[in-house]
Structures are given as C-alpha cells and as structure tokens.
Design a protein around this ligand. Structure first.
Ligand SMILES: NC(=O)c1ccc[n+]([C@@H]2O[C@H](COP(=O)([O-])OP(=O)(O)OC[C@H]3O[C@@H](n4cnc5c(N)ncnc54)[C@H](OP(=O)(O)O)[C@@H]3O)[C@@H](O)[C@H]2O)c1
Length: 258
C-alpha cells in the first residue's frame, strides 16, 4: 500500500539549476525522485538535501543504452515511474567568429537527442500502464530565431515541435506530455551572461511554476508570464516588424547599409 502511494519521478539535469530545484520541490510533496546528470558530486549533494527522497543516478543523456538502463534501474528500485522531466541541456552562444559545426552537433546531441533517448527509455512502461507524464524542458528561445542562439535555439524549437507531434499519439494512450518554456532563470547556465536578462527569475520561483504546471497537466508551462507574452507576440509578427523590434529589444545595431 505504501509503495502505491509513493509517486516516482525522474529528473534529468537534476544536479543543478531548474532540475535540482524541481527535484527538491517534488521531494517536499512526498515524491521519490531519481536525478540524473554527469557530475556525480552535484547529484549526491542534491540527494543529501532530501535524504531518502532524492536518489542519484549518474548518466550522460547522449548515451542511448545507458539512458534505457537507467530508466529500468529506477523502476526496479522504486516502482512504476509516473513522471519523467527531461530537463538536461546545454547552451553556448554562437558568434560568426566561433561558428563550428561541432558546437551545433553537441547541442543537438544533448538538448534534442538526449530528450529523445529519455522518451524511448520511458515509453514502454508508460504505454504498458496507460499512465504517466513526460515533461520536456525547452525554452522561449525556441519560439523564434533570437540573437546568438543559432546553436541552442533550433534544439529548443525542435523539442517544441516534437512535443506537439507526439501529443496526438500519446494522449490516445492515456499518457500526458508537456513542454516547459522558461525565459531567463538564474542558474549556472545563465550565471556567465554578460548582458541584461529581462524578467530574470529566481530558480525556486521557476521550479514552483513548473511544479504547479505539471500538477495541472498543462501542455505548455511557460514563464515568467510577461516575458512569454511579449515573445509570443513577437512570434506572430511578420519579419518586417520582428527583426527591427528584436534588434531594439536586444540592443543590436543594424549594419545594413541604409
Ligand atoms: N536558465 C535559463 O535561463 C533557462 C532558460 C530556458 C531554458 N532553460 C533550460 O532549462 C534546462 C536546465 O538548465 P538550467 O538553467 O537549470 O542550467 P544548468 O544548471 O546548467 O542545468 C543543466 C543540467 O543538465 C545537465 N547536463 C548537461 N549535459 C548533460 C548530459 N550530456 N547528460 C546528462 N546531463 C547533462 C547538467 O549536469 P552535468 O553537467 O553534470 O551533466 C545540469 O545539471 C536546460 O534544458 C536549459 O536549456 C534554461
């Protein structure tokens, strides 16, 4: 009876930032949370903050076989997985002076195919039980092409499209899928940014909104609200308006000869 009451979640990228804050939030609500990332020490440190509730499963999400084995290990230790938050990701800015195909490949491998690996790993158990929830962490940078995100943005756009596409088949099998699109959140990923980050959110607040969105089984969980609204308006604009507005917003001068 106890085992049935224990809801089991898996959070990738759970040793830092948004994943870590969400893992702690879920643990506070009584979930058993498996967290994965490459750096074992960060995973163990996070697990140590909620002993008995958070458990470390070191993993590189680009390793398809290892992702599958990890999902199986989590289930055999804790029981059926109810929630998989595929959040692991990387983000590097690209300028024309450092345009390297390897950077683009790495972003696709981790951000996009890493999530695909996670879906493949949890799909059999969710389908067998006609239950469960997959949450993909993308970004508002996936809405439209934004400055310097040429390697990062397309991976997030791909994730949004992936979630939309899969929803049609998953919902018929009783499986939920959600896409989380954060704006700027204060995490190790953004700590080195040397430009003003509009509407920057604290990581605990981001995790709180994400947690409630998951509980409400929203399809899109996007925050902070005002920034998302602005970018959704940008998304609808014709190019003749989008480019000048985004240039102004991002403080970029046009070198177009006018
Ligand atoms: N912070 C923001 O403003 C923001 C905005 C929009 C979207 N997001 C998205 O939110 C997610 C979490 O990012 P964050 O801001 O919380 O930054 P973060 O603290 O850097 O978290 C990223 C996590 O992903 C893990 N990771 C990276 N590569 C991995 C790999 N190959 N295998 C397994 N784990 C890997 C990292 O751990 P290891 O390095 O130890 O593996 C780390 O725990 C990302 O998908 C990011 O794109 C963030």
């Amino acid at each position: 009876m106890n085992a049935a009451a224990r809801r089991v979640a898996w959070v990738t990228g759970g040793g830092s930032g948004i994943g870590r804050a969400l893992a702690l939030r879920l643990a506070r609500e009584g979930w058993v949370v498996a967290i994965s990332a490459r750096r074992t020490e960060l995973l163990q440190e996070t697990a140590g903050l909620a002993k008995g509730s958070i458990h470390a499963f070191p993993l590189d999400v680009t390793d398809t076989a290892a992702v599958r084995v990890t999902a199986e290990r989590i289930e055999s230790q804790f029981g059926p997985l109810q929630l998989a938050v595929l959040n692991a990701g990387m983000g590097e800015f690209v300028k024309l002076d450092n345009f390297h195909a390897t950077t683009f490949a790495a972003h696709m491998q981790v951000n996009y195919l890493g999530v695909v690996n996670g879906i493949e790993a949890v799909l059999p158990t969710l389908r067998r039980r006609h239950d469960g929830h997959i949450v993909i962490v993308a970004s508002v940078a996936g809405y439209r092409g934004v400055p310097r995100a040429a390697a990062y943005g397309p991976t997030k756009a791909a994730l949004i499209n992936l979630a939309e596409s899969l929803r049609f088949d998953l919902e018929r099998e009783g499986i939920q899928i959600s896409i989380c699109n954060p704006g700027f959140v204060d995490t190790p990923m953004t700590a080195g940014n040397r430009f003003p980050m509009p509407f920057l959110m604290q990581v605990e607040d981001a995790a709180e909104v994400l947690y409630h969105g998951i509980m409400q089984q929203k399809f899109e969980i996007a925050f902070p609200r005002r920034f998302v609204l602005l970018l959704k308006i940008f998304r609808c604009l014709p190019y003749a308006l989008y480019f000048p507005l985004m240039r102004k917003f991002a403080g970029i001068r046009s070198h177009h000869h006018e």
